[in-house]
Design a protein around this ligand. Structure first.
Ligand code: GAR
Length: 355
């Protein structure tokens, strides 16, 4: 279709739509926003909002009002394009573009049955003018939760190529809780680690580790490992290497990854695979290291970040942190204390990594 064939609706056309629906006992949902660079978070939100009624109009902020709300570098896409893309979504029946910072005038004209808003708002924190117009129109107000990990601002940050070539591309492998993974993501978000986690791979389909990746919008890949919880067959070993290469990672990080990593990854990423281990290596290699420290009667243990080689927990040590073993410690309490140190040690090692 030629570009100029699409045009958004006028507010009075939407009012007609609302009146038609009303006469059939049906409900019009209204929502508004900038909707620059559409992402999956928008689509999910819009689907949920549409499900509240029988048709939905989206009021898009005009370019000028987006600039007022978000600053001079926004929007990325001009209003006509944003309206055309928005109108093509399954959840959207009509689009209007409005120039004010607030949607008050539109609400007064359209008188929607349901007003949906996403995010951190509460009914009380809505703009007072908009709230009054909604009350006057008898609209019911529905606040829908934000979809975590998806935002236009984040997308723009990721796309911003200034310095992106210097950022470390990390691939993570894990089997369990993923607390170290979240510590890495927190360090990236805080700006203390200039990196991106580009892929997360696990042998456990339902692990918190993979859930963490999904929530952060990171490709989350389950590689089935078969019945032996410590081993991967050759096909699975190859699959892992392919995923890492496809994601173009600079460094591979094993965090609580309980299967033994072998070729071809070991050679492809020689000296570029790190593991975090809950003991002061070379003491207590393998599984259950916190329990071994307790059983040995040690008063101190800790964690180690080291390079991964074919020999288990034996590669070059990059950093260690000590932790006291306290009277009455169980393997769980001690491991919890060790993890607190791991959460600082591992992002710290990665922050120093030279590409
Ligand atoms: C970490 O404590 C790590 O040191 C350990 O698994 C835990 C994973 O926790 N790794 C090993 O024991 C490897 N032999 P997390 O999933 O919460 O990051």
């Amino acid at each position: 279709m030629p570009e100029d064939e699409y045009s958004p609706m006028t507010p009075s056309q939407v009012r007609q739509l609302r009146d038609e629906l009303d006469s059939q006992g049906k409900k019009l949902v209204f929502t508004n926003g900038c909707f620059d660079l559409l992402h999956a978070g928008h689509v999910r939100y819009l689907n949920e909002a549409r499900a509240l009624g029988d048709a939905m109009v989206v009021a898009l902020n005009s370019d000028e009002s987006v600039r007022e709300l978000k600053g001079p570098s926004r929007p990325i896409n001009p209003e006509h394009d944003r309206a055309e893309v928005m109108a093509a979504l399954r959840a959207v029946d009509a689009v209007v573009v409005f120039g004010d910072k607030r949607a008050t005038g539109l609400i007064e004209t359209i008188r929607p049955h349901i007003y949906a808003k996403g995010g951190d708002y509460t009914v009380e924190s809505l703009n007072a003018e908009e709230r009054a117009a909604l009350d006057e129109a008898g609209a019911s107000i529905r606040i829908l939760p934000l979809v975590p990990g998806r935002s236009t601002t984040k997308t723009i940050q990721r796309m911003n190529t200034d310095g992106a070539g210097d950022r470390l591309r990390i691939g993570v492998l894990g089997s369990g809780e993923g607390s170290n993974f979240r510590a890495i993501l927190a360090a990236i978000a805080a700006g203390s680690l200039q990196a991106d986690v580009c892929v997360a791979i696990s042998d456990q389909a339902d692990s918190r580790f993979l859930k963490t990746a999904r929530e952060a919008g990171i490709p989350a890949i389950h590689v089935d490992g078969g019945p032996n919880p410590r081993r991967y067959n050759d096909a699975a070993q190859k699959e892992i290497a392919e995923h890492l290469q496809r994601a173009q990672v600079d460094v591979v990080v094993l965090i609580g990854f309980m299967r033994i990593l072998k070729e071809p990854t070991l050679s492809l990423y020689a000296d570029r695979i790190v593991n975090v281990h809950p003991s002061l290596l070379p003491k207590y290699k393998g599984a259950n290291a916190p329990q071994m420290a307790i059983e040995a009667g040690d008063t101190e243990t800790g964690c180690t970040v080291h390079l991964v080689t074919a020999e288990i927990d034996a590669g070059r040590i990059l950093a260690k942190a000590a932790v006291p073993v306290l009277p009455g410690d169980t393997p769980e309490t001690l491991h919890g204390r060790i993890k607190e140190q791991e959460h600082k040690l591992l992002p710290g090692v990665l922050a120093q990594w030279k590409k």
